[in-house]
Write a protein that binds this ligand. Structure first.
Ligand code: UD1
Ligand code: CA
Length: 483
């Protein structure tokens, strides 16, 4: 089989109007990763010399997203198609990035809207192309062809040309074999064929699909290879197709993790981004959403109904019905139910964060407990400290944020308010309802806002005349509500 260097061209200049979105179509995420990056992931799994991406609509945003999201040794270059004059024109623009001196290489050309394509399928196309020593090879699919270009075969069953749905005759519309827009070309054949393509068609565009008829007409070999699984090559043009493709991708991701030793009680209700890393024996309960750069350690249990974004969950930790973002949860920590860990939260080994607790920029030491109803922000909580129910770090004075430090083994009474900047020394206590505005030394007790005792208050009230019932009273010291 003739060996030739292999490169790839990705057509990503179109707007994707059918998405009805201000975000370019190719940047819509599936399982947390932009569509075009799924296509590039597939391409760079092959031994490519280079990848050229054609950008146009929102060129800068598309270029930046690819540069930020692709980590590969293969050089990726960008060329701009200023006016979107069709897939043929886009391919011509891409070829300007290649040298004229040598052109005995093969070039894969595909659209950026085929996120389900797998490397094995593409590799099979390239192998077939080289076996046949073809000028062009393309994948085809046989299923509902609505919206796609149809593959027209000649009397001998060879591909003759591709006709777009908008240009097809009634008879051609009956053809069920369609064009997924995934090709391999001998570059030496592609450039001259593109020069012979004209925009005389229903859309007034230069169609890449027309090079097939040009090459066949010139007597060259063109291979049309049906894909084993048509769903793998479907294009995403609207939001319904986006959701369908994401379901397939999610299923692949979940199956791969289960094979790697992760338990998913209900995979159909488990959402794991393509960028997440899970250790063996992780257990995911229904309703779990793991996003971004989240990493989960061995034996951790997450769920039900939890969203974990860009966070680390340590070995043996448990996270129930909670929301985490940019948080680090240490080994054997318990979080939730109903906790909200905001950015900068770091929980050391064995810490506990319970119901209706919100943390932000908080460094919580080993074995420390924040069991109920607290806000702890811009704070350090020492190892073994106990933050009593309803404790609030008042970190904001309306202008600036201030820090609170709770020493090792310190204990705050229910409903304590720690007015930052403030420090509780190691082993210090605060009483219930304390409003702490000054530092508390180690082992001291801070009791604040003590309730005044008004002796005989009830009798004194009952002795008062009642003719002002219903009027606003400024003597309601009991401050009850209701009735
Ligand atoms: C194209 C094929 C059609 C095939 C279908 C598969 C042509 C003429 N038609 O149609 O046979 O069945 O894909 O999904 O090729 N693009 C550019 N510049 C342009 C126009 C498009 O870069 O000027 C890019 C788009 O960003 C997209 C890709 O090319 O990634 C395909 O364009 P799209 O408009 O989706 O083509 P289809 O109408 O789907
Ligand atoms: Ca398309």
């Amino acid at each position: 089989m003739p060996y030739r260097p292999l490169s790839a061209v990705v057509l990503a200049a179109g707007e994707g109007t059918r998405m009805r979105s201000s975000l370019p179509k190719v940047l819509h995420p599936l399982c947390g990763r932009p569509m075009v990056l799924h296509v590039l992931d597939t391409l760079v799994a092959l031994p490519l010399a280079r990848v050229v991406v054609v950008v146009g609509h929102e060129a800068e945003a598309v270029t930046k997203a690819i540069q930020a999201g692709l980590d590969t040794g293969i050089p990726v270059e960008f060329v701009e198609q200023r006016v979107q004059r069709g897939t043929g024109d886009a391919t011509s623009v891409a070829l300007t990035a290649f040298s004229d001196a040598v052109d005995d290489d093969d070039v894969i050309v595909c659209s950026a809207d085929i996120p389900l394509l797998r490397p094995e399928t593409l590799a099979a196309l390239v192998t077939e192309h080289r076996h046949a020593d073809a000028a062009a090879s393309l994948l085809t699919a046989v299923s509902d062809p609505t919206g796609y270009g149809r593959i027209v075969r000649d009397a001998r069953g060879n591909v003759a040309r591709i006709v777009e749905q908008t240009d097809a005759t009634a008879e051609e519309l009956e053809i069920r074999e369609w064009n997924p827009s995934i090709y391999c070309f001998g570059r030496a054949f592609l450039a001259p064929a593109l020069r012979r393509v004209s925009p005389e068609n229903a859309q007034g565009e230069y169609y890449l699909t027309d090079v097939i008829e040009v090459l066949r007409g010139a007597g060259h070999t063109v291979v049309a290879m049906p894909a084993d699984d048509p769903t793998e090559v479907v294009g995403v043009n609207d939001r319904a197709q986006l959701a369908e493709a994401e379901t397939v991708l999610r299923d692949r991701i979940n199956t791969a993790w289960m094979k790697a030793g992760v338990t998913m009680v209900d995979p159909s209700r488990t959402y794991v981004d393509a960028t997440v890393e899970l250790a063996p024996d992780v257990r995911l309960l229904p309703g779990v959403i793991l996003e971004g750069r989240t990493v989960v350690g061995r034996g951790a249990v997450i769920g039900p109904d939890s969203r974990v974004v860009d966070s680390t969950v340590g070995e043996g930790a448990e996270v129930a019905s909670s929301v985490l973002r940019d948080a680090t949860v240490g080994p054997d920590v318990h979080v939730g139910p109903f906790a909200h860990l905001r950015p900068g939260t770091v929980l050391a080994r064995d810490a506990r964060v319970g119901s209706f607790v919100e943390t932000k920029n908080a460094d919580v030491g080993a074995g420390a407990k924040l069991p109920h109803l607290s806000y702890v922000g811009d704070a350090e909580v020492g190892p073994g400290a106990n933050v009593g129910a309803g404790t609030i770090t008042a970190n904001y004075d309306g202008r600036d944020k201030h820090r609170t430090s709770i020493g090792a083994g310190a204990r705050t009474g229910s409903n304590s308010v720690l007015v930052a900047p403030v420090e509780l020394g190691p082993g210090a206590y605060t009483g219930a309802g304390a409003v702490v505005t000054r530092d508390v030394p180690a082992d001291a007790l801070a009791v604040g806002v003590p309730a005044r005792i008004v002796e005989g208050w009830v009798k004194a009230r009952d002795a008062e005349p009642t003719d002002h019932v219903g009027e606003a009273s400024d003597t309601n010291e009991a401050g009850e509500s209701g009735d």
